[in-house]
Ligand binder design. Structure first.
Ligand code: ADP
Ligand code: MG
Length: 579
């Protein structure tokens, strides 16, 4: 094909793809616009996970009638004029791309009325083309309605997840802004249901209370007041918010929420600063909860890193890192109840001895890699990656993570977590098919406070969860009563386990498969499986290996990672120079 310039429609759709990835991106951009317009109250209405309808209404400054079409032009913005303006940008938007992008891939209607205007005006666009503009009666502010998102971009439409998953993403976006702007009232309605409502009274704690419930909020620690910093942290960087006490740990990092000048950002460095501040206070593999805003001179931070504006670059990242880490550390040391950290659940006690195990693990992972590489080159024919395992004799445990075993023709290293996941997965799938999953009644039942995102997953996956042996009853709002769990989750804290499972599923994690129930089963098995860092007795290891030998596909975990590394006797002999 010779080089040619793309048609404006194709170019617009391609450019839109960088900004609008899924319904939640639309919500994000519209909410940002409302906040930039100084709204005190923002209403978000969503149908079918945003695929069918997204409507954001605000009471902000509005747009002059004559400017309405301009708002939808690409690179049209009221927020900056020169490149230098970008260095002091205080608004969330600045690229002038969002409305143009949304319009390119949906049917949009915008109604807007500035406070000093007697009436509002309405504009309608389909696939980026303006079809009408009329006057309308309305209260001051702006209402944007986006319908049939991606109706003209089949490739994107195909990649949308189930409505419940997309709804979860939207919910996360809205809660983030509700946390960053506690002085603004947020109201989120999904398929006619009120999902989130904040008072706009300016208190972040009250927003968190609404989102997380009292049980979780009791375990939050406020970061030290800025005034009380005593010159310890550089005054140029203000750090505020809440962190969870060490008792409040989660399986994923996604309970860490970060804002920079009230913009939600994903920043590996800052979340590492937070995690490190908990050093030795959390079990390995567990992450804290935190909601933190970093305030600094806009000049100190570049927000123009990516079209989605979720990443930033700091001029002086060390200072920011230190300020965040110190603020968190101080909150933990001054207010945290350190003595309560170890006994969260039985399965974790052994893993609190982590630091040295972690180092060993790294060395081992390296060894594992070496072994695999050698295998791949010299012994490809000898170690079948498919098929059953031979009968193995357990020799011992290495680094509290691997089982060492001997087979008829060599050495086997078994990853205890991956192997157990595989074993549970196959067993549970069989038990599900026979409707015979062993369960454990909880006496008394546990109360489960969920986030709306977790609740959405719970509702969507109800049937599979019930099949797996969970007995869950609604208990008003997002609280549920947990009456029974699969036996494999009965040790430790079953309610915590279920919450972890739901949040992993809400994140879209787990196995990607055509069978939704396999994704749930994998996630449950992953949570129930023996962890790395857990000491096992010889009997426990023998039992694990015996069950692994009986698996149909013993050599990989349900996620496809290897469970077993193999060094053949021939390979050993060669390596030792015996042949
Ligand atoms: P940006 O936010 O980067 O400026 P957008 O495409 O999101 O670009 O919006 C274009 C312009 O439309 C904004 O600069 C603003 O002037 C106007 N606008 C958009 N949404 C609103 C709103 N809810 N209230 C007032 N003005 C708005
Ligand atoms: Mg914008």
């Amino acid at each position: 094909m010779p080089i040619h310039v793309l048609s404006p429609e194709v170019a617009a759709k391609i450019a839109a793809g960088e900004v609008i990835e899924r319904p939640a991106s639309v919500v994000k951009e519209l909410v940002e616009n409302a906040l930039d317009a100084g709204a005190r109250s923002i209403r978000i209405e969503v149908r079918e996970g945003g695929r069918r309808l997204i409507r954001v209404s605000d009471d902000g400054s509005g747009i002059a009638h004559a400017d309405l079409p301009l708002a939808f032009a690409r690179h049209a913005t009221s927020k900056l004029r020169t490149l230098e303006d970008l260095e002091r940008i205080r608004t969330l938007g600045f690229r002038g791309e969002a409305l143009a992008s949304i319009a390119a891939v949906s049917r949009v209607t915008m109604m807007s009325r500035p406070a000093d205007s007697p009436s509002g005006a309405m504009i309608h666009l389909e696939g980026g083309v303006q079809t009408r503009q009329t006057a309308v009666g309305m209260a001051p502010g702006t209402v944007v309605t986006v319908e049939n998102l991606f109706y003209n971009v089949p490739a994107r439409l195909k990649f949308l997840k189930a409505p419940a998953t997309e709804a979860g993403h939207i919910h996360r976006v809205v809660t983030r802004y509700a946390m960053a702007f506690p002085e603004v009232r947020f109201h989120l309605k999904m398929d006619g249901r009120d999902v989130l409502q904040t008072s706009g009274d300016g208190s972040l704690y009250n927003v968190l209370l609404e989102m997380l419930g009292p049980e979780t909020c009791r375990q939050l620690l406020a970061l030290p007041e800025q005034g009380a910093e005593g010159g310890e942290s550089p005054s140029r960087v203000g750090v505020s918010g809440y962190v969870g006490a060490p008792t409040l740990h989660h399986a994923q990092r996604d309970y860490i929420t970060l804002f920079v000048n009230r913009r939600w950002v994903q920043d590996r460095l800052l979340s590492t600063a937070i995690v490190q501040a908990y050093h030795t206070m959390l079990p390995t593999g567990r992450y804290p909860m935190a909601v933190i805003n970093v305030a600094l001179d806009p000049f100190e931070v570049d927000v123009n890193v990516h079209p989605a504006k979720n990443e930033v670059k700091f001029r002086d990242q060390h200072t920011v890192f230190r300020a965040v880490q110190q603020a968190v550390r101080r909150a933990l040391l001054e207010k945290g109840d350190i003595s309560s950290i170890t006994l969260r659940s039985e399965s974790m006690v052994s893993s609190t001895t982590a630091p040295s195990a972690e180092t060993e693990w790294r060395q081992l992972a390296h060894f594992g890699f070496e072994a695999q590489r050698t295998l791949g080159s010299a012994d490809a024919g000898e170690a079948p990656s498919q098929g059953r395992l031979p009968v193995l004799r357990v020799l011992g445990q290495l680094a509290l993570t691997y089982v060492i075993a001997e087979g008829p023709d060599g050495l086997y290293l078994i990853d205890q977590h991956a192997a157990h996941e595989r074993v549970l997965f196959e067993e549970v799938r069989r038990q599900c098919a026979a409707a015979a999953v062993p369960t454990q009644q909880l006496l008394p039942p546990s109360l489960l406070e969920l986030t709306p995102g977790q609740a959405a997953v719970l509702e969507a996956e109800q049937a599979t969860l019930a099949q797996l042996g969970f007995a869950i009853e609604p208990f008003g709002g997002y609280t549920y009563r947990l009456r029974a769990v699969p036996e494999m989750l009965a040790l430790g804290d079953p309610a915590l386990a279920l919450r972890d499972i739901l949040s992993e599923l809400a994140e879209g994690g787990g196995l990607w498969t055509r069978h939704a129930d396999e994704r749930v089963i994998t996630t449950v098995c992953k949570r129930a499986a023996i962890k790395a860092g857990q000491a096992l007795s010889l009997q426990e290891m023998q039992e694990l290996v015996r069950r692994l030998e009986q698996c149909q596909a013993p050599r990989t975990c349900p996620h496809g990672r290897p469970t077993v590394l193999y060094l053949s006797a021939a390979q050993l002999a060669r390596e030792f120079g015996r042949v």
